[in-house]
Ligand binder design. Sequence first.
Ligand code: NAP
Ligand code: COA
Length: 259
Amino acid sequence: MFAADVLKGKVALITGGGGGIGLEIATAYARLGAKVVVASRNQERLDGAVASLAAQGLEILAVQTDVRVYEQIRDAIETAVERYGALDILVNNAAGNFHCPTAELSPNGWKTVIDIDLNGTFYGCHAAYKHLKAARDGGCIISIATMLGLSGWPGAAHAGAAKAGIISLSRALAVEWGGDNIRVNTISPGPIGDTEGVRRLYQETGREQLERKKTALGRFGNKSDIANAAVYLASDLGAYITGENMVVDGGRWLKYVAA
Ligand code: NAP
Ligand code: COA
């Protein structure tokens, strides 16, 4: 649906791009002409991602990275710039989450999710800033959040707090870095079928049908729904959009309390 060269000439780094939604975004970006680097921890998954793109005639560079370690995400970004000469787009997609009532959550369980989701996003933005500022047509940051961050997320208070923090951080950076021609937005997906998130949070906890019913459209989304939003925001089509939280959730947030 997008012009085949809509991202031609852009360089993108996607954290957590070795699988799930991140890989879907990486694939869409590569198909539409971008040079793509994916950064996550598991080397086997990264190798699989490179191979699956190669089978489609597409190239991505994979850099093993733990976003909880500032030096590692900084080095992944530097590697992208060395290889492709610039960085135009950063997608903070990496996340960790598990269902756990807060009274049973250990301090380290809380810290682990905050470290991956919120601190990892800050580290990525911070390390990418000087390159995004130098990007020829302006820089772009997209971070993946969820409306459950704004409503509160019973059973995943750690992830909800982290995602709320990501939305707030992004809005602050949209203002601070707007003068540097860097756009900063978030995408808030609803439940996306066939992902680790849905398997872990809804299938494993027996809440799959209930969660489907909570969306206005009565169904889970597809990974491509999120990739399409990420293409739109990263491309020149989204050139005047910053500080936005694009909700791609089938109307779930409108009905969240309905059972
Ligand atoms: P996923 O398949 O589990 O993807 C998460 C990715 O993050 C994996 O590639 C994982 O790779 C990477 N990751 C985890 N910890 C990391 C770390 N410390 N450093 C670097 N990479 C790390 O989950 P998903 O469902 O595609 O979710 C993608 C994003 O969408 C997340 O931000 C999630 O919160 C958000 N989201 C998803 C849904 C949904 O329905 N799935 C709904 C709302 C929001 P490694 O384990 O190899 O590091
Ligand atoms: N319930 C309660 N606590 C849990 C838990 C669960 N299901 N899973 C992990 N924890 C706690 C651990 O007990 C530990 O705390 P402790 O030291 O007090 O015991 C803490 O969280 C860290 O666990 P650990 O397994 O050492 O973390 P890790 O760094 O190896 O893994 C996770 C991070 C836990 C987030 C792991 O699930 C992960 O890597 N996830 C990535 C993929 C993902 O979550 N996808 C969904 C995206 S929406």
